[in-house]
Design a protein around this ligand. Structure first.
Ligand SMILES: Nc1nc2c([nH]c(=O)n2[C@H]2C[C@H](O)[C@@H](COP(=O)(O)OP(=O)(O)OP(=O)(O)O)O2)c(=O)[nH]1
Length: 138
């Protein structure tokens, strides 16, 4: 409860895809969506009945056209952040192995970014604490 009002918890699952040079894939949120223009980790909302891993595998297929095996998803950290109309709970996985070539299936801008340069990419406020975890890892 915040200010006497119940906060709706929204579960979103996200992934830091890491390439052979230790760069992380960032995707820009398109115009017309909430937080438009900010750079985020690929992923999305969990649907009823999905595990976090199922949801992430589905989102990576839909957004990037790649196939990821559950065994290649390693939990790294999570974001817990209160937005105006919901509370975001977002596990962040790391993935270094996938099949296929990353493509902007939904027309979104994509960039491979070294953790040390992530501060140049404006991110949703929920994501900012996650950058340190990635910097420690990579
Ligand atoms: N995928 C992803 N979503 C994030 C990140 N950080 C962050 O605050 N979010 C928020 C933005 C959205 O409110 C929600 C993800 O929703 P979504 O991408 O599946 O769906 P959406 O844009 O259609 O959602 P929305 O317009 O209704 O907010 O999580 C992140 O790094 N990756």
């Amino acid at each position: 409860m915040t200010d006497g009002r119940a906060q709706r918890i929204v579960l979103v699952v996200a992934c830091a895809l890491v390439d052979a040079d230790g760069r992380v894939l960032m995707a820009q949120r398109p115009e017309g969506k909430s937080l438009a223009g900010l750079w985020e980790f690929p992923g999305g909302k969990m649907e009823p009945g999905e595990t976090p891993e199922d949801a992430l595998i589905r989102e990576l297929r839909e957004e990037l056209g790649i196939e990821v095996a559950k065994a290649c998803l390693a939990p790294l950290a999570f974001a817990s952040h209160t937005y105006a109309d919901f509370h975001l709970l977002m596990p962040l996985y790391v993935c270094r192995r996938w099949q296929g070539t990353v493509q902007p299936v939904e027309g979104q801008a994509l960039e491979w970014v070294k953790p040390a340069r992530m501060r140049d990419y404006p991110m949703p406020p929920a994501d900012e604490p996650l950058v340190a975890a990635l910097r420690d890892l990579l």
